[in-house]
Design a protein around this ligand. Structure first.
Ligand code: K7E
Ligand code: CUA
Length: 664
């Protein structure tokens, strides 16, 4: 055993930087030392040869950067989480729907308060969390371009825009017609549209109707948000939605290449169950699962955009909606039967096939986009109760592949393989695509190749650029819902377990590399982008930068022009911050004054961030180098307060403080 380990370590040690591998040898003194040393450590720690290769594939020496960055949603934590691959180090979380004090997100700064306010679901409640599900990196020609990331809030049907120049949230839009979503965010190949599919049917416009009127009054929806890259904003005025039958639209994906201009969503609850075992109905989980087939929604987005632009819409809550009868008449919407209580539809890299996972069926069903087009042209339809044309299953189905229990989501690599998560079986299935992908791998197409067990109950999975037109392969992360015994017990609420899997090989060669506890919310989906596609700023481009509008704020406090101006009960403060001083320092006001306070961090050094906290007033800011922030409040509390810098910025950081006195 020790000899084997020594040989293995020596072999790996002799891998050169250029990636070539020398013949395993222990004939130099250094390598021999390394080998026996490593073998001793491995023996002492009880590591197997597989453990050692896994460690060598993931270990990052201090200062070395990761090859990939994973953008994971944060589930009901309401944020985004960035993880480096292959090290699986958490790099950052980004406050999105939930306030986050380290980043000063939602603790006074006007930008964050206004963005969180614009996304409020209604006027009488203040919602301070979200259920982030599906991050979508912006794309150019179907490939991630590293400019923006979008994420939806399933609980409140909202979509957020994060600018990847500074990794901060810039916009939150509340869907005006729906109360929940799920099939978002997905982007079209050039990020012209952000897709937000609904989830739980309800009367459109967040209106009331009794549940007995479900079939008549409740509706599903899909919304297409128009994105403007120049301004980095969703243009609500140019966005529109489509009314759908009251099925539960689930996951959507945008077509690409040959299917560019089309959007596909799976659905459940075509039974239109309304729950209520107390009323003699089947309970939801049974009522929603009665039929053998649900409907994949096939949407002609290009044509729908034309119909919306031509004004064939109805305004619901101020938002343009293409009603169902228009969609049917204009040929915007078709259904294809899909077995059984499916979850997820994923478009292959070439855009030529759609993979629907069965959830309660051990197969994935593969649909051919070309066959769908033929079937639409052929006109051999039946119809659902609302008149939506249903294509003939046998005419559009390309293949069914039996993978195992509880298939959910599918990703792709560069070798013509697909990877599907198996929730009930706790495994990742590698299977071989057929058609034009078949000559990329040794196996026969449309067939199961191998399985990698995971711990436990995998939901989504993410492969490196695995949902683009050119997947990288190499790495895959299993987003496992249950951790159970994988980590030290930290109480009854356990982290999720992200498992990194090496998928670089072919056939039966998947290797589990790393377990990573994700103790921040319950991430659902993640996307993995090549790190060198990201090109964020190190410091804001100019001093006095307004990150919300990505330009200099003409009213930003400047060095030498710091001042306090009183106008009646209004006190306005222009302050600068630099290591290790705020100017002006003492701020003396009267109780009841209204305070508007601007601060510029005038630093130009990378990482020279200053914090600003005002205890008792719920103010906590993060001022990155160059940034200007404004906050305002009424000084309702009298007393002596010390505002201070919350980032440990220098040796005299403790002294970066000032008295804020409020005279009764
Ligand atoms: Cu499968 Cu919300 Cu994407 Cu979770 S959904 S797993
Ligand atoms: Cu500035 Cu601490």
């Amino acid at each position: 055993m020790l000899a084997l380990l020594a040989l293995l370590v020596a072999a790996i040690a002799s891998c050169r930087d250029d990636g070539s591998t020398a013949t395993p040898s222990t004939d130099t003194a250094g390598e021999a030392d390394l080998a026996s040393n490593a073998a001793d450590i491995a023996a002492a720690r009880g590591l197997t040869p597989d453990d050692i290769t896994a460690a060598l594939k993931t270990y990052m020496p201090s200062g070395r950067h990761d090859d990939y960055i994973m953008f994971a949603s944060g589930g009901h934590g309401g944020q985004l989480i960035l993880v480096g691959l292959p090290s699986m180090r958490i790099l950052k979380s980004i406050g999105v729907f939930t306030p986050e004090p380290w980043q000063g997100w939602g603790y006074g700064s006007r930008d964050s308060m206004e963005i969180l306010a614009e996304g409020q679901p209604n006027e009488t409640q203040t919602v301070l969390w979200g259920d982030t599900h599906h991050p979508a990196l912006s794309e150019t020609a179907g490939d991630y371009d590293g400019q923006f990331v979008f994420v939806n809030d399933k609980a409140h049907a909202r979509v957020a825009v994060v600018d990847l120049r500074d990794f901060e949230t810039k916009q939150i839009v509340k869907n005006p017609i729906a109360m929940s979503d799920h099939g978002g965010s997905m982007v079209t190949p050039d990020t012209e549209w952000i897709v937000e599919g609904g989830q739980y049917a309800a009367p459109l416009g967040q209106e009331y109707a009794p549940i007995e009127e479900y079939e008549a009054e409740y509706r599903g929806m899909v919304t297409f948000w128009k994105f403007d890259r120049e301004s980095g904003r969703i243009l609500v005025e140019e966005s529109f939605a489509m009314e759908l039958p009251p099925y539960w639209q689930d996951l959507c994906d945008a077509g690409k290449l040959v299917s560019d201009g089309w959007v596909f969503c799976n659905s459940i609850n075509t039974e239109m169950a309304t729950g209520g075992i107390e009323k003699g109905n089947p309970p939801f989980e049974a009522g929603v699962s009665q039929r053998d087939m649900d409907y994949m929604h096939i949407i002609n987005l290009d044509k729908a955009a034309e119909v919306a632009a031509s004004g064939q819409t109805t305004e619901i809550n101020g938002f343009d909606v293409i009603m169902l009868d228009t969609s049917i008449a204009e040929g915007l919407l078709y259904f294809a039967p899909e077995p059984k209580s499916p979850h997820g539809v994923d478009v292959t890299p070439g855009g030529d096939f759609l993979v629907v996972a069965g959830k309660l069926d051990p197969h994935v069903t593969v649909y051919s986009f070309a066959k769908i087009q033929e079937a639409i042209a052929g006109g051999n339809f039946t119809a659902d109760p609302y008149g939506v044309p249903i294509l003939n299953f046998d005419e559009v189905m390309e293949a069914q592949v039996e993978l195992g229990l509880g298939p959910l989501h599918t990703q792709f690599d560069a070798q013509g393989y697909a990877y599907t998560s198996l929730f009930l079986e706790s495994a990742v299935a590698r299977w071989a695509l057929g058609g034009p992908y078949a000559d990329k791998h040794p196996e026969e197409g449309w067939s199961l190749v191998s399985k990698q067990p995971v711990q436990y109950n995998i939901g989504h999975l993410a492969a490196a650029e695995g949902d683009t037109v050119s997947p990288d392969g190499g790495y895959l992360v299993a987003l496992n819902k249950w951790a159970i015994d994988r980590f030290t017990n930290v109480g009854p609420l356990l982290p999720q377990n992200f498992q990194l899997i090496d998928i670089a090989g072919t056939g039966d060669t998947m290797q589990l590399l790393y377990d990573m506890p994700m103790g921040i919310g319950e991430p659902h989906y993640a996307q993995i982008i090549k790190a060198d596609k990201l090109n964020p700023w190190e410091v804001y481009p100019e001093v006095g930068w307004d990150p919300r509008h990505q330009q200099v704020d003409p009213d930003a406090p400047k060095v030498g022009e710091e001042r306090i101006v009183r106008d009646g009960n209004n006190v306005e403060i222009w302050m600068t911050a630099v290591r290790s001083h705020y100017t002006p320092e003492p701020i003396e006001i009267q109780q009841g004054d209204h305070v508007i306070w601007h601060i510029t961090n005038t630093e130009r050094a990378y990482d020279a961030t200053h914090g600003f906290s005002l205890p008792g007033y719920n103010i906590q800011l993060s001022l990155e180098p160059g940034e200007t922030t404004t906050f305002e409040f009424t000084a309702t509390e009298s007393g002596v307060f010390t505002y201070y810098c919350t980032e440990f910025c220098s040796a005299l950081h403790l002294e970066m403080v000032g008295y804020f006195t409020v005279e009764p």
